[in-house]
Structures are given as C-alpha cells and as structure tokens.
Design a protein around this ligand. Sequence first.
Ligand SMILES: Nc1ncnc2c1ncn2[C@@H]1O[C@H](COP(=O)(O)OP(=O)(O)OP(=O)(O)O)[C@@H](O)[C@H]1O
Length: 241
Amino acid sequence: MIDVDAVTVDRGGVRVLEDLSLTVPDGEFLILAGANGAGKTTLVRTFNGLITPESGTVRVNGTPVETDPLAARRAVGMVFQHPRDQIVATTVAADVAFGPENLGLDRETIDERVDDALAAVGLADRRNARVDELSGGQRQRLAIAGALAMKPSHLVLDEPFTGLDAAARRSVRSRLEKLHDEGTSVVVVTHDSRSVLGLADRIVVLDDGTIAADAAATGGLAQTVALPENTFERGRPDDPE
Ligand SMILES: Nc1ncnc2c1ncn2[C@@H]1O[C@H](COP(=O)(O)OP(=O)(O)OP(=O)(O)O)[C@@H](O)[C@H]1O
C-alpha cells in the first residue's frame, strides 16, 4: 500500500502539492489524471523518494519512504515519461537484467526474472534483440519489463502512451490489464484518461496540487464526478478496441 499523508511539496520556490493525502491499496488500478502542471509527476516521485516533501509523510507498505528509500524503490516500480532515458544496455535481456543485477541476485534468479518480465510484456521473442531495433511501443514495454524485474508491488507509469501510435497504445494497454489481473497495483499518470479508463478501479484528478476529484472509475465516470474543465483538453480519444 502507498499512503500519502498531508504532503506538501515546493519546487523552485513554488508550491506544487498542497497538504495532499491519498492511499493506493494493493492491487488497485488507479488513474492519476489532471491538466499539465497539476502536480501528477511530482506526486508519484514522492512514492519512492525521488522527491522529498517539505512536510507530510509517504509510507510504502507501512514504512516511511525517508526511513528506507531503497525498500520504497524496490516496492514501487517507476516507468518514466521517456522510456529511452531508462534504457541502460545494448540488448533487451541485458537491459532488463540491470536492476536485478544491482540487487546482487544470483545469475539463475536474474535470468528467471528477466524471462518472466519479458514474457509479461510480450517481448520474450525479442530477448536477444538490440534495443535500437525496437519500435516505440516495444521500448515502452521494455521499460515496463525493467521495472517488473524488480518485482514491485506497485507499478507507476508516467504518461505511458505519449508518442505511441494506436497499435502500440493497445499493446501497452493490454499488458497493463494483464499485470493488474495478476495482482500488481498499477498507477497510470495521464492527462488523457481515456486510454486506460476501462481498466481502472479508480480515478483521482489533481488540479493545482490538490485532489479535485476521487471516484470509482466505473459506471460512466463523466456522469459520476465533476471533472475540471481542462482535464482532457490535450487528450486524443483512444482508438476503438
Ligand atoms: N524542478 C522544478 N523546478 C521548478 N518548478 C517545477 C519543478 N518541477 C516541477 N515544477 C513545476 O511544478 C508544477 C507541477 O509539475 P508536475 O510535472 O508535477 O505536473 P504534472 O501534472 O505532472 O504535469 P505534466 O503533465 O506537464 O508533467 C508545474 O508547474 C511545474 O512547472
């Protein structure tokens, strides 16, 4: 469980999150929506200590992130906005192995984790491919595999559909659905919730550093909560499945 309690964050002298509280239970698929600059990325970066709040506490599985940032980083897998920034090796398998290698695991366990993570994102057949041979969607899935190989209880993806064509979006979306079905908690940060709305248990909308809406993502969200006017302004409707 991720438990954000009364968190305030300033960035460059500006208040970006204001006394914000949010709990993400294990196994939940949460959409974190809101217009550009609402504070979504800042919020998720507090989940594993990449950003330390001015006040308030973030706990991951009961432990404050600042007490044990390494445990938080293992428990919360993070896939950033630009997957290219996360790719560290030349081949697909070596890239996914990087995280587990840093945990000091033995070779057999590392290979097992690499195989499992690549299978989970549908890249098992590209194990030995060079990363630069992959398409945009495959790179995004590789970044997800890298996070999964750390066996996180929560997977956080920041704008995972940016720059992907319709086929790649569908492919990433279906992988997220499968991971959620298998019990991983998934948090998707997006200003275009339509790409994942059908998969989510809940949607939280940030507006200017506070929670503007928090609702179950079922039964026609638009009818159940009043979303800020600009929530979807930059979004494109997803292609029909
Ligand atoms: N390092 C920083 N220095 C100064 N201001 C920052 C910094 N990081 C973020 N901000 C500001 O904090 C606000 C929230 O940024 P954040 O990236 O969390 O928003 P977001 O909702 O994720 O939006 P986006 O979709 O544009 O990334 C923005 O106004 C941004 O300009």
